[in-house]
Design a protein around this ligand. Structure first.
Ligand SMILES: [Zn+2]
Length: 245
């Protein structure tokens, strides 16, 4: 079974994770020893896009899809995107770190660029509902129905949030809304999410360097679905949206 990790971080975190830092070669070792063949790689909040982008570009050992961290206050961002757009596979928005809802006006030009250049957008969704609720991400999707979005942490990293998110996603019934499994532990409820939205809407991720693929691979393996549906979650869905991008 082909496994792609749909959500890993490499680099250094700020104080939110006590300046913890990992390197590209550490990530490659972990991915390979976990049976992961490729990964969507995001910087951390204290690592510039350009630094990580150049580091992964310079190696041939492992396939990475780069996701650019969209911080509208980053003075280097526009130049970086302009120069490297072709090598960037996705955009990533973290409303909690940036303390701005994904619907904030400062994200608008990046959302429109993602749409125009067919880049899926990974949106962190969390428990800070006022700023990082999946509801804001779904509101964005209503405004831009052709934008491909991946709601990280299944839309909230807590069963009470992600079960609710799954039923909203089902109601919208869009082919452009996906749910990422990174850091979600409650396998029984993950199964319910997959039954609600369908295996073709769920994307495996580990949230490495915070989690490990081996912590989360068993959750997908334990789902009460066919092997081919598991393969969709492990890699098929992601490859489909990246290739149609
Ligand atoms: Zn993450």
């Amino acid at each position: 079974m082909k496994i792609i990790d749909g959500h890993i971080h490499i680099g250094k975190w700020s104080n939110i994770f006590f300046n913890y830092e990992t390197t590209v070669s550490q990530a490659i070792d972990i991915m390979k020893s976990s049976g992961v063949e490729a990964a969507v790689c995001l910087p951390t909040d204290a690592t510039p896009n350009e630094k990580l982008f150049n580091e992964i570009k310079g190696q041939k050992e492992f396939k990475f899809y780069f996701a650019a961290w969209i911080n509208p206050e980053d003075k280097e961002l526009d130049g970086f995107l302009e120069k490297n757009l072709r090598g960037i596979s996705l955009f990533k928005i973290h409303p909690s770190v940036q303390k701005k809802r994904v619907t904030d006006n400062s994200y608008k030009k990046y959302i429109e660029s993602a749409l125009e250049n067919k880049k899926p957008v990974v949106i962190h969704c969390g428990r800070w509902k006022e700023v990082a609720s999946y509801e804001h991400a779904l509101e964005l999707s209503k405004k831009y129905p052709d934008l491909k979005i991946i709601l990280a942490h299944l839309g909230g990293d807590q069963p009470s949030l992600y079960l609710e998110c799954a039923s909203e996603v089902k109601k919208i019934n869009s082919n452009n809304i996906y749910l990422g499994t990174e850091s979600v532990r409650e396998f029984y409820f993950v199964n319910k999410v997959v039954k609600t939205v369908g295996a073709d809407k769920v994307i495996f991720g580990s949230d490495y360097n915070l989690g490990l693929p081996k912590m989360y691979i068993p959750i997908v393996e334990s789902l009460d679905i066919t092997e081919s549906d598991k393969e969709l979650i492990f890699s098929g869905n992601l490859l489909r949206i990246l290739n149609n991008a």
